[in-house]
Design a protein around this ligand. Structure first.
Ligand SMILES: Nc1ncnc2c1ncn2[C@@H]1O[C@H](COP(=O)(O)OP(=O)(O)OP(=O)(O)O)[C@@H](O)[C@H]1O
Ligand SMILES: [Mg+2]
Length: 164
């Protein structure tokens, strides 16, 4: 097992706007080859985050859940956006789809339910684990593995301190 350097932080979204702010931060730092993973219970806000992220990178129109298609591709302002939901992904489909072509391709990828396919993910990635708080609050536990994602965690930490 590769033991890459990783960094952790947390982001509390008291309401949907807090989730949108986090998505906007990550979108601003994204580049071709960026991989963001999302985990959390049903209704935690994985797709909501993905939609906010898509908007932030300039994807026009509606982004909805790719549950039945596994991967949807969109054209963003500066690069493509690959939106995956791997909840129902089988190994055969994974082989056919060639996930690495997306992860190491020209766009930015978000993977919902990524913890179901740990061995298929690229080593370097940023992982978001969403849990529910009271009312409309959400807690994001965030882990950046490798560069540039460890740096992203430190930058998020600074953003939080500025806002506090
Ligand atoms: N702070 C918040 N952040 C994100 N979503 C929120 C927040 N507060 C309320 N919501 C609402 O929670 C719902 C989250 O649903 P969403 O479809 O994004 O969940 P999901 O994690 O993708 O679930 P599933 O696994 O069933 O696809 C949305 O209706 C959204 O409006
Ligand atoms: Mg969803």
């Amino acid at each position: 097992m590769d033991r890459r350097y990783s960094e952790e932080t947390e982001w509390t979204a008291l309401d949907p706007s807090g989730t949108i702010r986090l998505a906007e931060e990550l979108a601003a730092w994204s580049a071709p080859g960026t991989v963001i993973t999302l985990d959390g219970d049903l209704g935690a806000g994985k797709t909501f985050f993905s939609q906010a992220f898509a908007k932030a990178i300039g994807v026009p129109g509606v982004v909805n859940s790719p549950t039945f298609t596994i991967i949807k591709e969109y054209e963003g302002a500066a690069m493509p956006f690959y939106h995956m939901d791997v909840y129902r992904l089988s190994q055969i489909e994974a082989d056919e789809l060639g996930l690495d072509d997306y992860f190491y391709g020209d766009g930015v990828t978000i993977v919902e339910w990524a913890s179901l396919i740990p061995e298929l993910l690229p080593d370097n990635r940023i992982e978001l684990f969403i849990s529910l708080l009271e009312n409309d609050g959400r807690r994001f536990r965030i882990r950046g593995i490798g560069e540039p994602y460890t740096l992203w965690c430190r930058k998020l930490q600074e953003t939080k301190e500025e806002q506090a």
